[in-house]
Design a protein around this ligand. Structure first.
Ligand code: DAH
Length: 339
């Protein structure tokens, strides 16, 4: 029995050390240690031996099993390591093949333009504020001096929710929220999504983005507004761009203006893009109406301020010559990869 054990063990070990594939090791394992394996059979046979020999031979049999198992494990590890080292061969890594270039992601064109605009205004000391997209009529309209019968309040323009709430139609309510929260001076911008009940076409989208700006202090004048917006225009569109302030009307500013830049395509001579006018409208602005100051508890005899608001899509479209606003939201990689 003892010599039988020893013979099986040494035969198994030599088969293991000469195996060159893991498959061979598997068959060795089955042949010796499987349910019908030779070592297994021998161990099972121990039951029929005289009782006095059983403990000693039992221990020897277990030791033999363990040494075969151990040899299998270390040979497997050797074979696996060798496979990893080899540069060529079946299922192995060929370092000479050309690689696949990983696709690199990029920021959305709107994010890039937005980041740039934020950078311009923060270099001028404007803080970045946020406000909710779900607003009350008070913040979106009343506090901004937009009366109940104003057409902007119509269901055709505004997306109303339940309980008197609505999706904000502009970022101007954030002005009110910021002024309610802190005393003057204020110098802030705010960026975010706004919503209108518009059908999407080349120049309309039911959701788009705006940037709002507000500066309030003692002695702030329209000249300050012009200075800041002129600086913004040249930083955003290039040093040669000219601006034009046209008188306009917004309920929350008095006086109000719409600001144009000289056409980026024709330089002001007149072309199809600017409708032969030589100018492109980029934003609305004005001096904060005293009614708005009253709503937030600022003393309009002591403080004055200016505000402005612009659509980010419009700025990005002008900058990049994009002629359809829907391209920003289609997620078509052929469009997005160009930025
Ligand atoms: N809220 C206006 C709009 O959505 C844009 C605007 C105009 C904002 C003039 C302002 C402003 O702050 O002073 O059309």
């Amino acid at each position: 029995m003892e010599s039988q054990l020893e013979e099986l063990r040494s035969r198994a070990l030599s088969e293991i050390s000469s195996a060159s594939e893991t498959k061979e090791l598997e068959s060795v394992q089955i042949r010796y240690l499987g349910r019908k394996g030779r070592l297994t059979a021998l161990v099972r046979g121990l039951g029929g031996l005289p009782e006095k020999d059983r403990p000693r031979l039992g221990r020897l049999a277990n030791a033999a099993k363990r040494s075969v198992e151990e040899a299998l494990r270390s040979r497997r590890a050797e074979l696996a390591a060798r496979k990893g080292d080899s540069p060529v061969g079946e299922g192995r890594f060929d370092v000479t093949l050309p690689g696949t270039r990983p696709r690199i992601g990029r920021l959305h064109p709107l994010t890039r333009v937005l980041d740039e605009i934020i950078e311009i205004f923060s270099s001028l000391g404007f803080t970045l504020e946020e406000g909710p997209e779900i607003e009350s009529e008070y913040y979106n309209f009343d506090a901004l001096n937009i009366p109940a019968d104003h057409p902007a309040r119509d269901m055709q323009d505004t997306l109303y929710l339940k309980n008197g709430l609505l999706l904000r139609t502009h970022t101007s309510p954030v002005q009110v929220r910021v002024m309610e929260k802190q005393p003057p001076p204020v110098r802030m911008i705010c960026a975010g999504k706004v919503y209108r009940a518009d059908t999407a076409d080349a120049s309309h989208s039911p959701m788009f983005h705006q940037i709002e700006g507000l500066m309030v202090d003692r002695g702030v004048s329209f000249t300050d507004l012009k200075g800041v917006l002129n600086l913004f225009a040249t930083r955003c569109f290039g040093p040669r761009v000219k601006t034009r302030f046209r008188a306009s009307f917004f309920p929350f500013t008095e006086p109000s203006a719409e600001v144009d830049i000289s056409c980026l395509v024709c330089g002001g001579r007149g072309c199809r893009v600017c409708g032969s006018s030589g100018w492109l409208e980029i934003l609305g602005a004005g001096m904060v109406d005293p009614e708005v100051f009253k709503a937030v508890g600022y003393d309009h005899r002591v403080y004055s301020g200016y505000a402005f608001g612009m659509g980010i899509e419009r700025i990005a479209m002008l900058r990049h010559g994009i002629n359809d606003i829907r391209l920003f939201f289609d997620n078509d990689l052929r469009f997005l990869r160009q930025f």
